[in-house]
Every structure is written in structure tokens, then in C-alpha cells.
Write a protein that binds this ligand. Structure first.
Ligand SMILES: [Zn+2]
Length: 135
């Protein structure tokens, strides 16, 4: 594995330690590398009002975007069973991935398994802003 991917996976695993998941007990950590090479991490944050919970991937996107970064280069996710990001997260990631074929999503599990997917493979028909009539 290349050192950049190893660093991204390590960051996702580290972020997972901060997961707040008392309801599902499904801890998730995510790390994003942006186009400038910076890393952004997130963990899932649940709420007693379940619908208010935010996934690790979207937490990482919120940190990245709210600090001025707009372009995702790669993503790593850490959870116990290698679950891929949910649809809501894939749509959110797609917003900041103009070329989803080039964005690798690496998922790791507790058994040491690693799977790799392009964002396009996971979300082939993301909704795009092209049709919104924006300038
Ligand atoms: Zn999600």
C-alpha cells in the first residue's frame, strides 16, 4: 500500500475513536484528503433524536468545507465490518468531487480487510447541480 493511503487509513481509524454512537454502537471514522493534500477527519455523532445523527463522512466534509477546502481527492472509512458509506454521504461526497472516477474510497474493517472503490462505482448517478440553473 502506498504511504498516502496508509496515512489516510490511519487518520480514519484515529477519528473513529471519537465516534459518539451510544444508540447504534456502530462507530465510524472517516478521513478525506483534499486536492491540496490536507487531511480532514470526522466521526459519527448520534443523537437521542435519531434523525439528527450525522455520519463520519459528512462530519469530515463539513470540517473540510467550513475551513475553505472544496475538492476531495480520496477518502478512507473505518468501521467494524467494512460497511461502505451510506447514500446520503455518497451524495455529499459527490458534491465536492467533480471527477468521481478519480476519487478512491478506501474502507477498512476490524479484521484488517481493506476494500477500494471509486466514488463513481459507489454512486454512479449522483445528483448534480447542472440542472439547477445556477450561474
Ligand atoms: Zn452516511
Amino acid at each position: 500500500m502506498n504511504p498516502a493511503d496508509e496515512e489516510l487509513i490511519t487518520a480514519a481509524r484515529g477519528a473513529r475513536r471519537f465516534a459518539y454512537a451510544p444508540y447504534s454502537r456502530y462507530d465510524v471514522g472517516a478521513a478525506i484528503r483534499d486536492a491540496e493534500g490536507r487531511l480532514w477527519t470526522g466521526a459519527n455523532v448520534e443523537n437521542a433524536s435519531y434523525g439528527l445523527s450525522i455520519c463520519a463522512e459528512r462530519a469530515a466534509v463539513a470540517k473540510m468545507v467550513s475551513e475553505g477546502s472544496r475538492h476531495i481527492a480520496s477518502v478512507a472509512v473505518s468501521n467494524r465490518d467494512g460497511g461502505t458509506p451510506c447514500g446520503m454521504c455518497l451524495q455529499t461526497l459527490s458534491e465536492f468531487a467533480p471527477d468521481p472516477e478519480s476519487v478512491m474510497v478506501i474502507v477498512t474493517d476490524d479484521a484488517g480487510g481493506i476494500s477500494r472503490h471509486t466514488l463513481r462505482d459507489l454512486m454512479p448517478f449522483a445528483f448534480r447541480s447542472d440542472g439547477l440553473g445556477r450561474d
